[in-house]
Design a protein around this ligand. Structure first.
Ligand SMILES: Cc1ncc(COP(=O)(O)O)c(C=O)c1O
Length: 402
């Protein structure tokens, strides 16, 4: 490939895809007189469930709340353990801690960066209640193996599907297999589908519905979002609850996004494969794994890993040099042990850590960076990014040679 010169405009690593349909939907909602949880939120939930091939989806303020409510619906609390990946956004683990349970970390597969299903069983104890896999960057975990372990040991599975709304595992949408009790999607602006902020829980056992609905809205036992005059102004509160409902304004954005989601994912795949092909000529960096026939990748993130011994650069030097080339990057994520709370927490809860440590997660978190990837990216943008990576790596190597 012919290297391109430095960009003269900054390219962010992510940008939400907001079109005229989203804007018109929001304006209509604002004009409708009902802007919080109401008829549009209900319609979004129905369309979301149909799209994801699940009996029920409940929309919420965030995926973070979705994870918390899933664990609470399973009755997970003090004295319990939840097996999860060592490489995730902090909220996956924090939700377990907030329930009073202990997150038991498992190292990742070095190629996919997803939790290594082969290391789950050795971490199961009589306290284990659930397995909480995260489909990192849009690549589904090896779910068949995880379900097989969960069945044998009587454990619930909650999928952190923050990155994988719309991806398929074994030909079916993530969340659609009833062997997982709950799957939780995020609609944060960096995700494949956004509702500004927002999330949803997909589930199969409708006995959970009442608990989830009470918990997302003050414990109020009446359809939250039933506009007067149809609803009654009176209600009961059978339990204390949170406030994490989803507004009609968010729903208007989501309803416009949903029909476009498969197209977004297809474009992300095209761009990711262009990156994979062009960057295969830069052996100083490690490329992310693609999906396969079983695990369809929806490429929420394109995560490159620096090989410091080959580039002569630390990850932070590399991303700073890319920024000087007008190429933005993200860090998904800082390791848990970079956070003061978790350094201290795992000192007090060594049962949360494997005896042989978390070498793959540690190396990954030190070296990773997310390159720009969103459906509006052009082929020229990708060429700009790859040219910048090549220049920065070549300069690092020259410096290392002295
Ligand atoms: C793996 C993972 N889980 C959960 C979340 C939380 O999503 P939200 O911001 O919707 O709460 C994120 C957010 O980026 C995430 O990356």
């Amino acid at each position: 490939m012919q290297d391109r010169p430095r960009r003269d405009t900054f390219l962010p690593f992510s940008r939400p895809m907001i079109g005229e349909e989203e804007i018109a939907g929001v304006v209509d909602t604002l004009r409708s007189g009902w802007i919080t949880t109401g008829p549009r939120a209900a319609r979004f939930e129905e369309e979301l469930a149909a799209f994801n091939e699940v009996p029920r989806c409940l929309a919420l303020l965030s995926a973070t709340t979705g994870l918390e409510l899933s664990l609470s619906a399973l009755g997970i609390g003090e004295g319990d353990e939840v097996i999860t990946t060592a490489h995730t956004f902090v909220c996956t683990v924090s939700n377990v801690v907030l329930r009073g349970a202990v997150p038991v970390l498992v190292d990742i597969e070095p190629d996919t960066m997803n939790l290594d299903a082969e290391r789950i069983e050795e971490r199961i104890t009589p306290r284990t209640k659930a397995i909480l896999p995260v489909h990192y960057g849009g690549l589904p975990c090896r779910m068949e193996r995880i379900w097989e372990i969960s069945r044998r040991h009587g454990l619930a599975v909650v999928e952190d599907a923050a990155h994988t709304m719309g991806a398929r595992y074994a030909g079916r949408r993530i969340g659609s297999d009833p062997r997982s009790a709950f799957s939780v999607y995020s609609f944060h602006p960096n995700k494949n589908l956004t509702t500004i902020e927002g999330g949803a829980i997909a589930f199969h056992d409708l006995r959970h519905e009442a608990h989830l609905k009470l918990q997302r809205f003050h414990g109020i036992a009446r359809g939250a979002g039933t506009p007067y005059p149809e609803g009654s102004p009176l209600y009961d509160v059978p339990t204390p609850g949170r406030k994490s409902n989803f507004t009609d304004v968010q729903a208007a954005v989501g309803l416009a996004q949903l029909p476009k989601l498969d197209g977004f994912a297809a474009r992300r795949r095209e761009l990711a494969r262009l990156y994979l092909s062009l960057l295969s000529e830069v052996p100083e960096v490690e490329l992310p794994a693609d999906g396969d026939a079983e695990r369809e990748h929806c490429w929420n993130l394109f995560v490159l890993r620096n090989r410091p011994e080959a580039t002569g650069l630390s990850r932070d030097e590399l991303t700073a040099a890319l920024k000087a080339e007008n190429v933005g990057t993200g860090i998904h994520w800082q390791g848990l042990f970079s956070f003061s709370f978790y350094r201290d927490y795992f000192e007090r809860h060594p049962e949360g850590l494997p005896k042989d440590g978390l070498p793959h997660a540690a190396r990954t978190t030190e070296n990773l960076m997310s390159l720009p990837l969103f459906p509006a990216l052009t082929e020229e943008d990708v060429l700009d990014v790859v040219s910048a990576v090549r220049r920065v790596v070549a300069a690092g190597r020259r410096r290392a040679r002295g």
